[in-house]
Design a protein around this ligand. Structure first.
Ligand code: ZN
Length: 534
C-alpha cells in the first residue's frame, strides 16, 4: 500500500518536479532529506526515514534512495523535525518598522529551528489585525506569521486608559472588535490582565469577549493578572474564563515570580490538572529562563496607571501620592519581580538613553552616588519611567518551578521574545535561545524530557492548539516546514550579559519547502506565509 501511495503521489506531482519523467514510475522530488532520525511531531521515538518534498509539501516518507531529486541532502545522524512554532511572539513590536519588519530574515528564530511565530500576545495586538497581516505579507519574512487579537488593545480603543467598567454599548463595541478580528483570521483572544488597560477589566468582561472568540473556534491565552503572591487566584481566573467562555484556555509564559511563592508550581499545576479532569481544555506555555522581561511599570501599583501616562506623571508630581507609590513599588521589589535586590532588575531597552541598557538598578544607584537600597531603587524606577520608561529583565524565578512546569504534558515552550538582531538593546536571551535551550540544556544536559517529548511540545502541540492541521508534523501531505538539527550539539549561546548570540546546532531549515537555512548558512529566502484561522 505504501508503494502504491508513493507512486500516486509521484504521478500527481511529476509535472512540477525537476527531472520528472512521466514515462516511468521513478519518483521525483525537489528535495530529499536522506537518512535522518525523523520526529513526526507525535510524542514517540523517531524512525530513520528519508523525507521527500515537492513544492511546499512533504509527499513521501520511507526509503527514497531510488528516486530523482533536485537536491539530495544526507542528514544521517541528525534530527529531522517539524519546524518549531512559537505561540507567544512579540515579532510585531509597538514601534513601527521594528521586529519582523526590521529583521525579516528572523535569523534569531531560524537558527533555533522556529518556522512559525504567533503574535498579538499579552492583550496587545495592532488593530485592525488585517492591516498588519497585509503589511507583513507585502514586506515578506522568512517565518510564517499568525496572530491573536489583544483584549487590552480593544479595551484601549473603545474605553481608553481609564479604570472603569464598560457601558453596555462599549461592551458591545468590544465584542464587535473581537468578532471583526476573528473574521480576519485571528487565532483567538489574548489578554494581559497585569497591564493597563487590560487590568481594569473584570473577569466577567473577559468572559463576554472570550465567548465571541469561542464562536470562531479561537482560544484564550492570558498573561495572568498576577504571577507572584496571587498566582493561584490568577490560575483559577484563567481556568474560569475558559470554562465559562466555552473555549480552550492557556496560561501563557507560566512561572512563579518572587521568592515567597517559590515551590507553588505544584499547586498551580494541581489546579490545571483538576480543571483538565473535569473537562476544561487548559494548556500552558513557558520560556526556559529564571528571569522575565517587560516594562518597568510592572512594579507599579495598578491605581497609579489609571488614565495612562499623563495621569501617572501627575501622580508622581504629587508628594503624597509619590510616597504611597514608592512604598508599593518597594513592596513589589521585595516580594515580587524585584527579587528583593535592585541588582535583579536589569535595564534592557531605554529609548531615552541607550547608554544605560544592560545596567542594573544597583549599578545605576552607585554610579549616581546614591545608597543602594529598595527605597532608592523605587525612586530611581519612578525617575526612569518619567524620563521615558524602559523595558527590563527581572531575575526572580526559580529553576525547580520552571522544570516542574516544563514537564507537564500540556506545557509547550514559547519565547515571549520576538524577532531581534544585533542592536543597541540588551534584550532577554529568550529571543535567541528559547527552543535551543530546551533541546540543549533541558533535554540533553539535564534529561528533563526525552527529545521526542520536547519536539512534540514545540510542534504538534502548539499546531493543534490553534488548529494548524497541516503544520507542526512530518507526514505525507503536510506543509514542508522542517528543522534539521544536531541533537548532540544544539545549544543556546545568548546570555543575559551578551544576548545577541545565535543558537547553535541547526543545519537546515525549510519553510514551505524552501531552504531558509542550508548547511548552516542563511539563504536569504523569505517564504514565510501569513497564517489565518479561517
Ligand atoms: Zn506577557
Amino acid at each position: 500500500m505504501r508503494i502504491l501511495g508513493l507512486i500516486l503521489v509521484t504521478l500527481v506531482f511529476a509535472g512540477c518536479a525537476p527531472g520528472g519523467d512521466t514515462g516511468d514510475t521513478r519518483q521525483s522530488f525537489d528535495i530529499v532529506l536522506e537518512g535522518g532520525d525523523v520526529y513526526s511531531g507525535v510524542d514517540v521515538a523517531p524512525v530513520v526515514s528519508d523525507v521527500g518534498i515537492v513544492g511546499d509539501r512533504i509527499v513521501a516518507l520511507g526509503d527514497l534512495g531510488d528516486s530523482d531529486a533536485g537536491t539530495r541532502l544526507d542528514v544521517t545522524g541528525l534530527a529531522v523535525m517539524p519546524g518549531f512554532i512559537d505561540i507567544h511572539s512579540h515579532a510585531v513590536r509597538s514601534e513601527p518598522g521594528d521586529g519582523i519588519f526590521r529583521w525579516p530574515d528572523a535569523e534569531n528564530q531560524i537558527r533555533q529551528g522556529v518556522t512559525t511565530v504567533i503574535g498579538g500576545p499579552d492583550g496587545g495586538s495592532p488593530l485592525p489585525i488585517s492591516e498588519t497581516l497585509a503589511a507583513i505579507e507585502k514586506s515578506t519574512a522568512s517565518v510564517n506569521f499568525g496572530t491573536f487579537v489583544g483584549h487590552g488593545s480593544i479595551r484601549g480603543l473603545i474605553i481608553g486608559d481609564d479604570d472603569r467598567p464598560p457601558t453596555e454599548d462599549e461592551l458591545q463595541s468590544m465584542r464587535d472588535e473581537v468578532r471583526k478580528a476573528m473574521q480576519q483570521g485571528a487565532f483567538g483572544l489574548s489578554s494581559g490582565l497585569i497591564y493597563a488597560p487590560g487590568r481594569f477589566a473584570t473577569t466577567e468582561e473577559v468572559i463576554e469577549l472570550a465567548k465571541v472568540a469561542a464562536e470562531y473556534d479561537g482560544i484564550y491565552i492570558s498573561h495572568m493578572r498576577e504571577e507572584g503572591l496571587d498566582v493561584l487566584k490568577s490560575v483559577a481566573e484563567t481556568i474560569r474564563i475558559g470554562e465559562e467562555g466555552g473555549l480552550p484556555t492557556q496560561l501563557t509564559h507560566h512561572k512563579i515570580v518572587g521568592a515567597p511563592m517559590w515551590g507553588k508550581s505544584t499547586e498551580t499545576l494541581r489546579l490545571v490538572d483538576e480543571a483538565l479532569a473535569r473537562g476544561v481544555d487548559v494548556s500552558i506555555d513557558q520560556y526556559p529562563y529564571t528571569a522575565s522581561s517587560t516594562s518597568l511599570t510592572i512594579l507599579f501599583p495598578g491605581w497609579s496607571l489609571d488614565g495612562g501616562r499623563e495621569s501617572l506623571l501627575a501622580r508622581m508630581a504629587d508628594p503624597e501620592q509619590r510616597l504611597r507609590m514608592r512604598q508599593e513599588i518597594v513592596y513589589r521589589i521585595e516580594v515580587d519581580r524585584g527579587g528583593n535586590d535592585p541588582a535583579n532588575v536589569v535595564l534592557s531597552n531605554c529609548p531615552h538613553d541607550n547608554t544605560i541598557n544592560g545596567r542594573n538598578l544597583s549599578e545605576l544607584l552607585r554610579q549616581q552616588e546614591r545608597e543602594v537600597n529598595n527605597d532608592n531603587a523605587a525612586e530611581l524606577l519612578m525617575e526612569l519611567v518619567a524620563a521615558g520608561n524602559c523595558s527590563a529583565v527581572f531575575h526572580a524565578i526559580n529553576e525547580d518551578d520552571m522544570i516542574n512546569i516544563m514537564r507537564h504534558r500540556v506545557t509547550m515552550p514559547a519565547s515571549d521574545g520576538g524577532i531581534e538582531g544585533p542592536s543597541e538593546r540588551v534584550p532577554h536571551p529568550r529571543n535567541y535561545g528559547t527552543f535551543a535551550r530546551v533541546l540543549g540544556r533541558y533535554v540533553r544536559e539535564l534529561g528533563v524530557l526525552p527529545l521526542h517529548a520536547a519536539v512534540h511540545k514545540m510542534t504538534m502541540l502548539p499546531a493543534d492548539r490553534i488548529g494548524l492541521r497541516d503544520r507542526g508534523r512530518i507526514a505525507e501531505g503536510a506543509i514542508a516546514d522542517i528543522a534539521v538539527i544536531d541533537p548532540a550539539t544544539v545549544i543556546d549561546t545568548a546570555t543575559f550579559e551578551n544576548p545577541h548570540q545565535y543558537a547553535k546546532g541547526a543545519h537546515h531549515v525549510f519553510v514551505s519547502g524552501e531552504a531558509v537555512l542550508l548547511n548552516g548558512e542563511m539563504t536569504g529566502a523569505r517564504p514565510g506565509k501569513i497564517l489565518r484561522s479561517r
